[in-house]
Design a binder for this molecule. Structure first.
Ligand SMILES: [Zn+2]
Length: 376
């Protein structure tokens, strides 16, 4: 079975079978692995079994202490690096091989999340945004399932919100999600026609406080940057230009092709589970056209998010749409979706490694793409 832990074998296979794919991979990515070993003192054995032992459906550990230690004593780490983008991830065999969430745990967690969201309804300002949120100087844009308003603590000069009609951010269908995106793009157009200097749209959704939201109520954010796009989009543009200049090829197309050759991409839309994820289950969709005009792109975003929530019990995530300048045709729209972990886990999923080193990843992108393909 394909696994990120066998990525090097997969690359060797490509070398034999498909030289072009292999060369393309090698021109963008580096992959390597290393094994770390440790000794466990006998006084620590029982605790290690409790911490790392595989459990059955009833939650009982099914391995002896020696079996657990045999499994964890030696740990393989697979390292990926995109030398154009300067981003990389570390996949640890111990983390990646952990069994997924059990169905009973999943149901239990979903129930707790619902209770948490229900509790937050009382006194929610975003349930009545026309009364309790500021509006932009040109007024509000009303969608069928949402309405815009200004961000009371602006990120930038043009920094607004899309308040979903539904309080529960995890409860949305395709029509509602499409409406949120469409309303965002109507707002971008409105801002640009109001002040032509603002031309770089940015759409973001922090779902629940663990992902950076200040309120539980479903809401996305919309921003317009002026002469320079937001820093990470600016870097992507630079990479895109450098790649085009030096190789005469489209960077994003190549990134997608590489992931497709590795069996990590969807076929109908240009979406893939990244081998250099910023954090868990990162999924990237590339769209040549404005996603609000592309039904299949919105559907893919919807399916990734529903798979996260319904199938994998994800409750907090980030989503971003990095956009080209209005009317520009070269640079694509890039949609990022990433899981931010359970809202009930007090530990932050992002630490110093993610901020200043390489991202440390538990989830296997192969595992996620297989689950997603089954789900779709
Ligand atoms: Zn609300």
């Amino acid at each position: 079975m394909n696994s990120i832990l066998n990525l090097e074998d997969k690359i060797d296979e490509l070398k034999e079978k498909d030289k072009d794919s292999y060369n393309l991979f090698k021109s963008v990515f580096e992959v390597s692995s290393a094994t770390g070993t440790m000794e466990i003192p006998h006084t620590f054995k029982d605790k290690v079994r409790t911490y790392f032992g595989n459990r059955n459906a009833e939650g009982n550990i099914t391995e002896t202490a020696d079996e657990v230690i045999g499994r964890i004593r030696t740990q393989k780490v697979v390292k990926t690096y995109n030398r154009w983008a300067g981003i990389g991830s570390l996949f640890n065999s111990l983390r990646a091989s952990r069994p997924g969430i059990r169905p009973d745990e999943l149901q239990n967690e979903k129930k707790k999340v619902e209770e948490y969201i229900e509790k937050s309804r009382e006194g929610c300002d975003f349930c009545d945004p026309e009364k309790y949120t500021p509006e932009d100087i040109f007024g509000r844009i009303k969608g069928k399932h949402c309405i815009t308003g200004a961000n009371i603590a602006k990120y930038d000069a043009w920094s607004s919100m899309i308040f979903f009609n539904k309080h529960n951010p995890l409860d949305f269908n395709l029509e509602e999600l499409s409406d949120y995106i469409d309303t965002g793009f109507k707002w971008f157009k409105k801002v640009n026609s109001h002040d032509k200097r603002f031309k770089f749209p940015f759409f973001l959704w922090n779902c629940l406080p663990k992902a950076g939201a200040s309120q539980v109520h479903g809401h996305a954010q919309i921003l317009m940057a002026d002469n320079i796009p937001y820093a990470k989009t600016a870097i992507l543009r630079k990479i895109f230009r450098n790649y085009m200049q030096l190789k005469g090829r489209n960077y994003f197309k190549d990134i997608y092709t590489i992931h497709k050759d590795l069996g990590l991409a969807l076929e109908d839309v240009k979406g893939f589970a990244s081998i250099t994820p910023l954090k868990e289950k990162e999924f990237i969709i590339i769209s040549k056209e404005n996603p609000s005009k592309e039904e299949d792109i919105k559907k893919a975003v919807y399916e990734v998010l529903r798979c996260y929530i319904d199938k994998l019990g994800v409750n907090s995530f980030n989503m971003a749409i990095s956009c080209p300048e209005s009317r520009e045709t070269m640079f694509p729209y890039i949609i990022y979706i990433v899981d931010r972990g359970s809202i009930f886990k007090p530990t932050a999923d992002i630490g110093t490694m993610e901020l200043y080193g390489s991202s440390v990843i538990s989830d296997d992108p192969y595992n996620f793409i297989n689950i997603l393909k089954d789900f779709m």
